[in-house]
Write a protein that binds this ligand. Structure first.
Ligand code: BDR
Ligand code: CA
Length: 319
């Protein structure tokens, strides 16, 4: 089977790094281009981290474009060093590649790739949705050219993780998220409802640390800080697999078993609900039911835990 072309949008980021290496290791897809955005860290540093991880895995031909430094409606808030480290990758010093990013912006890259692969390009977005919104503003026709957009973001029936209702990727740029969910393309939203249920344990990190691959050993080091942060959520050192779950659903290794297409609106007001994804899940008690005209599929259940699947794929990867 020919691998499907993917445009990957990220704010690398510890779980972004896991998702990136998972995609590097996935024969089902090919990374046609990667754009970075400010979220866990600023977009320029996210590009450095992405380029360094690609180089460590020997994938030096994948183009990386720096995207939006600021959200649509205001300045970047500065990242989350207590979660992802001051450099975005858990304060681990990765071997630094000399390769730099492309001249084009991430939004320009997405528009270009959508036209180069009409009807075929999969978009996987695991950071704030600023670049996707800018690409839609540059060229609204991409909504009909892109095959599918898989987004890690939002919270449908559970609390947020930045505010009571706001999940980080959506909360960081709600105006962009509203543009993305209301565009006429097919979106698969992978919210906290499912990502917090999929985890990596200390034994998984130890297995990566014992791997022959320098990339896996780097991931084990990077995860150390992230495991500390999640003690407050789970009561012990482990972590959620937010971004890798979106990647694995897009790749098709994990199947969404309950994922109705429903109307979704993002709260982009300045009130306490800013950043909330309002998923209209009324009338779903009798089983998942697609609402006519809705274009956002909200993932509420999956067929199997991601942890073992992810670990196996990383360990099998020669990079
Ligand atoms: C999301 O926010 C970021 O911190 C993670 O990388 C993930 O994309 C989880 O809310
Ligand atoms: Ca992310």
């Amino acid at each position: 089977m020919t691998p499907r072309p993917v445009y990957f949008d990220c704010d690398t980021g510890i779980d972004d790094a896991l998702a990136l290496v998972y995609l590097m290791a996935s024969p089902e897809i090919t990374l046609a281009g990667i754009g970075t955005v400010s979220g866990n860290i600023d977009a320029a540093r996210a590009a450095v981290n992405t380029l360094d991880l690609l180089a460590l895995g020997g994938l030096d031909e994948v183009p990386v474009a720096v995207g939006a430094m600021d959200p649509l409606a205001g300045p970047f808030s500065g990242g989350v060093p207590h979660i992802h480290g001051h450099n975005g990758v858990g304060d681990v010093e990765l071997p630094h590649t000399a390769r730099g990013p492309e001249q084009e912006s991430a939004a320009e890259m997405l528009v270009r790739l959508a036209h180069e692969h009409p009807g075929e390009l999969d978009v996987i977005a695991i950071g704030p949705l600023t670049n996707l919104a800018l690409a839609l503003q540059l060229d609204p026709s991409i909504a009909t050219l892109v095959r599918k957009v898989t987004v890690m973001g939002g919270a449908a029936l559970v609390p947020g993780n930045v505010s009571v209702a706001g999940e980080a990727n959506i909360w960081n740029d709600p105006e962009a998220a509203q543009i993305v969910v209301s565009a006429p393309w097919q979106v698969v939203l992978v919210p906290l409802d499912v990502t917090l249920e999929n985890t990596f344990e200390e034994a998984d990190r130890t297995a990566l640390a014992a791997s022959a691959s320098p990339l896996n050993r780097a991931l084990a080091d990077i995860l150390d800080l992230y495991f500390d942060f999640y003690v407050h959520e789970y009561g012990r050192r482990m972590c959620a697999l937010h971004d890798p779950l979106a990647a694995a659903i897009a790749v098709g290794q994990i199947t969404a078993t309950r994922a109705p297409k429903v109307p979704v609106v993002v709260d982009d007001t300045q009130g306490p609900g800013r950043g909330q994804t309002l998923c209209d899940l009324r009338g779903q008690r009798g089983g998942a039911r697609d609402v006519e005209g809705a274009n956002v599929r909200v993932v509420l259940d999956t067929d199997q835990p991601l942890g073992p699947v992810l670990l196996q794929r990383l360990l099998d990867y020669a990079g």
